[in-house]
Write a protein that binds this ligand. Structure first.
Ligand code: TUI
Length: 313
């Protein structure tokens, strides 16, 4: 059911990639998603290579299925993290927050699949030319660092512009979103926010509760003046960001306020003054359940949705 080209390329059962959320996407979550037939991803975020290496080894103990690492290209440790994923020969690398061009040749020579997140048609085309295996077209509905286009506008335009598989991301958390992504021409989906509320996700319970309680309008985009906008759930920290914006504060002030705040929320559970990154679809996430159940529910709903649409013809 729902076998696509992406499944063949990655050696997975279902075309569902778990978002590589920094601090949230640990070995435990990645292994659970991979064991359930999707592609689990370890989020490297801003962590040093030693942490990423330890997470890869832990994931290998928890699953014999393929899994990947998301390399955040703005990380101060990006070079050593790339060395580590190459040495460890992980199956797949997804990248975020930049252009992975200079790493592609080396990764490909080691037979590591490369799937960058792209926020535009231009970057998708460039990545295809440089030999990546697929792209993730991520809409502005997503949590964390975002581009400007919505998933509904971005995905079909990227699909028409490239000949490699396109994975849709941003605002997808159930079977309706899954089918919508396929209708736009995607070969798979990347799902982040829904997996925050997986049983196996090691994020602090306060973080999970914040996502469970969030409604449709509870996320906001901070840091636009820095050129690196980030979608997070509204709290005391986002009000401080709003003040900086109102006062046209220098970029350094934004950076100072944001430093260490994601870890504070995810690891320490400070959901008032921490950065609670989550997508607009958080309002649809109302239950903590095992990753395998999340995936099976999405696929089951997708089947029902397709039957319903068929009945309209
Ligand atoms: O990367 C993400 N989401 C993230 S990264 C992150 S850590 C962070 N924290 C604070 C500030 C910035 C990062 C939290 N969430 N998603 C994938 C993504 N990639 N979204 C947007 C992009 C992107 C943007 C520009 C990808 C490529 C790009 O290219 C610019 C260029 O150089 O061409």
């Amino acid at each position: 059911m729902f076998h696509t080209k992406l499944c063949d390329i990655l050696g997975i059962k279902y075309p569902i990639i778990q978002g590589g959320m920094a601090w949230v996407a640990t070995a435990e979550l990645a292994a659970a998603v991979s064991n359930a037939g999707g592609l689990g991803i370890i989020g490297a975020g801003n962590a040093p290579a030693s942490f990423v290496r330890q997470q890869i080894r832990k994931a290998r103990e928890l699953t014999d299925k393929p899994f990947g690492v998301n390399v955040m290209l703005m990380s101060p440790f990006v070079e050593e993290v790339m060395d580590a994923v190459c040495e460890e020969r992980v199956s797949v690398i997804t990248t975020g927050a930049g252009n992975p061009g200079k790493y592609i040749e080396r990764l490909k020579s080691l037979d590591i699949k490369v799937i960058p997140v792209v926020p535009s048609v231009a970057l998708a085309k460039r990545m295809e030319r440089e030999g990546v295996d697929a792209v993730i077209a991520e809409g502005t509905e997503s949590g964390g660092h975002i581009g400007e286009l919505t998933t509904l506008a971005l995905v079909p335009q990227v699909v028409d512009a490239v000949n490699i598989p396109v994975v849709a991301a941003g605002g997808i958390a159930d079977g309706r979103g899954f089918v919508a992504a396929m209708a736009l021409g995607a070969c798979g989906v990347q799902i982040g926010t829904r997996f925050i509320c997986a049983v196996e996700c090691t994020a602090h319970e306060n973080y999970k509760k914040a996502v469970l309680q969030a409604g449709d309008r509870d996320s906001v985009v901070t840091g636009r003046p820095t050129g690196h906008p980030v979608r997070v759930l509204k709290n005391r920290l986002t009000r401080q960001f709003e003040l900086l914006e109102k006062n046209h504060a220098p970029v350094e002030e934004f950076e100072k306020l944001g430093a260490g705040k994601l870890k504070a929320a995810v690891v320490d559970g400070d959901v008032e003054y921490g950065s609670v990154m989550a997508g607009q679809i958080a309002g649809l996430v109302n239950e903590i359940k095992p990753a395998a159940q999340i995936i099976q529910d999405i696929l089951g709903q997708a089947k029902v949705v397709i039957e319903k649409v068929r009945g309209m013809i």
